[in-house]
Design a protein around this ligand. Structure first.
Ligand code: URP
Ligand code: ZN
Ligand code: ZN
Length: 460
């Protein structure tokens, strides 16, 4: 079986040209004029941009958190991702305290196996940095998990001390892995949370008011300093704050291998959302929290100038009904996280390309190519090239997308972007050469997603 994609405009992080594609065995085997002519099946991409499938480097499917479990599993989550043009999700397997790393990895492999509709890879959350965990990082890297998330927040659950973080950084420097950091000063935040609750401040807005941006800036600066001493690269996840971006920008200007990730919610939404009437602000309770507008403006600028490298989603959905409600009367009990895996590409195309903040190549870079390179998936993923997986998004730049919980495919009862009308529409999506999404139509298959091994992080 051969598939041809004809008459489209291929766009990668560096190229833009009119050409046809020939796909065989799930891979692109030829690009050029006429290469699709003899294919047994054809897709007409007239008027469409042919882009590499999106890579969401930060999702949480079926994550137990805050007394409940995130509402999308690998089936619903990766299907929603595909509807939005994201063909690969890098989810977080979790090692809890007292467990071996392998236990967490096996558990998340089992959650995905037979369910995922799109391709997936894993980072590993390390809650217990001890000699055994440090030793076992080697086996995880050999199994295709090369990035390890540590926390400077959530004392008693996930938080690691500076000494533990430093040892993990030294180990990745030795092995060729990558530490990802949740950079917020959890000790300070915990005190502020207890003080707010003692003063009777229980509403969702106090989630933001007890997690000041400087607590993110301080932790980001500390994470970078620890990485520099260890001689290791470091990747700061879900960045929201100007102070934190400044720290990453200064480090990168000094030539350090420091990467920053942000998410659409921090680009589009602000702290004011926590003040929506009643308990509605709970929709936006995530950590770090939404910030005042100037922080969002700084994030957009940092994406333009490569001070930030990646846009992922931190997709971690909890329904308002029964899940977010756990924190009614105590903001600290609202499960942290928000949905977003479905609309990352459209939000970034709209605000970035249509909004004239950056060009199509930069759009492809931050949504696909950079995460593929940083997490060692390139060139199998993250570009349109001969030999690469035929993961393709056919994007209609003149179409529009309207976001609503009534029509989205995520298993959650609200959208943080309800009613937004965006420039750009995902017309068709191919996963390893299979047409899985055609407009509103689902043509994919539960369980068709494959585990993809990450390799050594590339230098960017
Ligand atoms: O609020 C968030 N971000 N929930 C998911 C867990 C994490 O820290 O990424
Ligand atoms: Zn985090
Ligand atoms: Zn996360």
């Amino acid at each position: 079986m051969t598939l041809g994609v004809r008459n489209g405009t291929i766009v990668t992080a560096v190229d833009r040209y009119a050409a046809d594609l020939r796909i065989e065995g799930g891979r692109v085997v030829a690009i050029g004029a006429g290469v699709a002519d003899s294919c047994s099946r054809q897709i007409d991409a007239t008027g469409l941009l042919v882009l590499p499938g999106g890579i969401d480097a930060h999702t949480h499917f079926s994550l137990p958190f805050g007394g409940t479990v995130s509402a999308d599993d690998f089936e619903t989550g990766t299907r929603a991702a595909l509807f939005g043009g994201t063909t690969t999700c890098i989810d977080f397997a979790v090692q809890y305290k007292g467990q071996e790393l392998r236990t967490g990895f096996d558990a998340w492999m089992a959650k995905a196996d037979g369910k995922a509709c799109g391709d997936y890879a894993f980072h590993m959350i390390v809650a217990d940095v001890n000699p055994r965990s440090l030793q076992d990082m080697k086996a995880l890297i050999e199994a295709g998990v090369t990035s390890f998330k540590l926390f400077m927040a959530y004392p008693g659950v996930f938080l690691s001390s500076d000494g533990e973080i430093f040892q993990a950084l030294q180990r990745t420097a030795q092995l060729g892995g990558l530490i990802q950091m949740h950079a917020e000063n959890g000790g300070v935040i915990d005190v502020l949370v207890q003080q707010a609750l003692a003063a009777g401040h229980t509403a969702p807005v106090y989630h933001a008011l007890t997690r000041p941006s400087i607590a993110e800036g301080e932790a980001t600066h500390r994470a970078i300093a620890l990485a520099e001493i260890a001689g290791a690269p470091v990747y700061i996840v879900h960045m929201t704050a100007s102070e934190a971006v400044d720290a990453v920008a200064q480090a990168r200007a000094r030539g350090l291998r420091v990467y920053g990730e942000t998410c659409p919610q921090y680009l589009y939404l602000t702290e004011d959302h926590y003040r929506e009437p009643g308990f509605a602000g709970a929709k936006y309770v995530m950590s770090p929290p939404l910030r005042p507008q100037p922080h969002g403006d700084r994030l957009w600028r940092a994406l333009q100038t490569d001070q930030l490298s990646v846009v992922a989603t931190d997709h971690c959905p909890f329904c308002m009904k029964e899940q977010k409600e756990l924190g009614r009367g105590d903001f600290s009990k609202i499960p942290n996280g928000a949905p977003g895996v479905e609309h990352r590409l459209q939000l970034l195309y709209h605000g970035g390309v249509a909004g004239k903040r950056f060009d199509l190549h930069r759009f492809v870079q931050i949504t696909s190519t950079a995460p593929a390179k940083i997490f060692g998936l390139f060139p199998r993923k993250g570009t349109v090239a001969v030999g690469s997986d035929a993961d393709l998004v056919l994007l209609d730049p003149h179409g529009t997308t309207r976001i609503s919980a009534k029509s989205h495919h995520m298993n959650v009862d609200y959208s943080a972007y309800e009613g937004m009308e965006l420039q750009g529409r995902v017309a068709k999506v191919l996963l390893r050469g299979e047409l899985v999404v055609d407009g509103d139509q689902w043509l994919g298959r539960t369980g068709a997603g494959q585990f993809v091994r990450c390799g050594e992080p590339a230098q960017l």
